[in-house]
Design a protein around this ligand. Structure first.
Ligand code: CA
Length: 427
């Protein structure tokens, strides 16, 4: 485990100032490497580390991996299935090999040339095969804002909200990796002043700023994951843009919840950042009042101080930062989400994705969706180039960034980029 006292460690690889990927990060991902093909990777600075090549050259002996082929699969799932002791050992070994005073790879130019690839020639791919995807609603500021807008400003939170992390089952087939283009969905919406619904492209297309975490251990049906050991079953975290069509949503969601407004595309960042890397940034969450039931009670602080930003970039223009939020604002922690999800015996599988729900903070510029930033379209956002936005327009790019920073140590996620494409004709 990397603690704050390892913040001084440096790599013999160059790490540009402001990089999200110092030696202490060592995230995992999948990418297409020229000549080699699809490979499991890690990253330091602007260099991707080809884990299959590293294993071939014998640098990962003693970590518990069965051989280099574990890093030549379609996704990280087979590697994750080896268990936390193995991923932790691989990460610790990477930390050792790439520390500035370690010469074993640094001074071996033949191996170095095979194991390192500039990230700009790598095309990143989906890091995991997501079996099931669950979306929570765990930010108190987001839930309060939505409650104020659509229900009762005096009683914005529903009676269950502070007693359990509210969630719903999403769809995994439409989760894609950063860089994807997502078409504006067609669907039914009911204009408020018309008696009947109409069909066509959504006119209220939105992003949702979320953090997702990837489950690292298969559980059996009937098994529950206790809250105080739930983090052991988390492989790592990603940024997550859970696109939403607000007009389709408001018409369809009664009484069973979101359906086609939410399942046409969600985008994740390609590098999975581990909890070990984020350990120095652990912080207490907000006080939970009323007290939660015993099965949701934590012993250690379960939140993480991760700054989150959203930029909107119209076609041919410059990006404007439209949101600065923080993962520390979550009312419910990841451990509570996982404990709650399994308390009824629901089984988890390696690669399952659990997402936080929109992460809003208390300030108006920290709201994690256009719905809240423009307050249901009533307060248009002014962009740097003078354009205005209430919701997303075709060819807009949404760029999410996330990083934790303290005492000169910065652990980041890179970016999660989505381009909104025009709707497809339905005739
Ligand atoms: Ca969501």
């Amino acid at each position: 485990m990397i603690s704050a006292n390892k913040a001084h460690l440096r790599s013999w690889l160059e790490v540009p100032a402001g990089s999200d990927f110092p030696l202490q990060n060592l995230p995992f991902g999948m990418g297409h490497v020229p000549v080699c093909g699809l490979r499991a990777l890690s990253r330091i600075g602007d260099q991707a580390i080809n884990l299959a090549a590293l294993a071939e050259w014998g640098y990962l002996k003693g970590t518990g991996i069965p051989g280099p082929d574990i890093f030549r699969q379609e996704t990280l799932n087979p590697f994750i299935s080896l268990g936390k002791p193995v991923w932790s050992k691989v990460r610790e070994r990477l930390l050792e090999i790439f520390s500035e005073d370690n010469a074993e790879l640094r001074d071996h130019s033949g191996a170095r040339a095979r194991c390192l690839v500039p990230v700009d020639v790598v095309t990143m791919a989906m890091p995991v095969q997501v079996g099931d995807y669950t979306d929570f609603y765990a930010s108190i500021d987001h839930a309060t804002n939505v409650g104020k807008m659509f229900r009762d400003p005096e009683h914005a939170l529903l009676p269950n909200w502070k007693h359990l992390p509210v969630g719903y089952h999403g769809r995994s087939s439409s989760i894609v990796v950063s860089g994807a283009g997502i078409h504006r969905p067609n669907g039914q919406r009911k204009p408020p002043d018309e008696p009947l619904p109409v069909f066509g492209p959504s006119t209220l297309l939105d992003f949702e700023l979320e953090v997702g975490f990837i489950v690292g251990r298969q559980t059996a049906m009937g098994e529950t994951i206790p809250v105080n050991r739930a983090e052991q079953d988390i492989f790592g975290l990603v940024l997550f843009n859970d696109l939403s069509a607000r007009d389709i949503q408001s018409w369809e969601y009664v009484p069973l919840g979101p359906f086609l407004a939410k399942n046409f595309g969600s985008v994740i960042s390609p590098w999975v950042v581990t909890l070990e890397a984020l350990q120095p940034f652990r912080v207490p969450g907000p006080r939970q009042d009323p007290p939660v039931l015993p099965y949701l009670r934590h012993e250690q602080p379960g939140n993480f101080d991760i700054r989150l930003e959203v930029y909107l970039q119209p076609e041919g223009s410059v990006p404007s930062r439209i949101c600065s939020s923080n993962f520390r604002h979550m009312y419910w922690s990841m451990a509570q989400m996982l404990a709650h999800h399994t308390v009824n015996g629901c089984n988890m599988r390696v690669g399952d994705l659990l997402a936080s729900g929109t992460i809003s903070g208390p300030e108006p510029d920290s709201y994690g969706s256009m719905l809240e930033l423009s307050w249901r379209g009533t307060r248009p956002l002014k962009l740097a180039d003078g354009q205005e936005r209430r919701f997303l327009e075709d060819m807009d790019q949404v760029i999410m960034k996330g990083y934790a920073e303290m005492d000169g140590l910065r652990i980041g996620f890179g970016e999660c980029r989505t381009t909104l494409l025009p709707s497809k004709s339905w005739t």
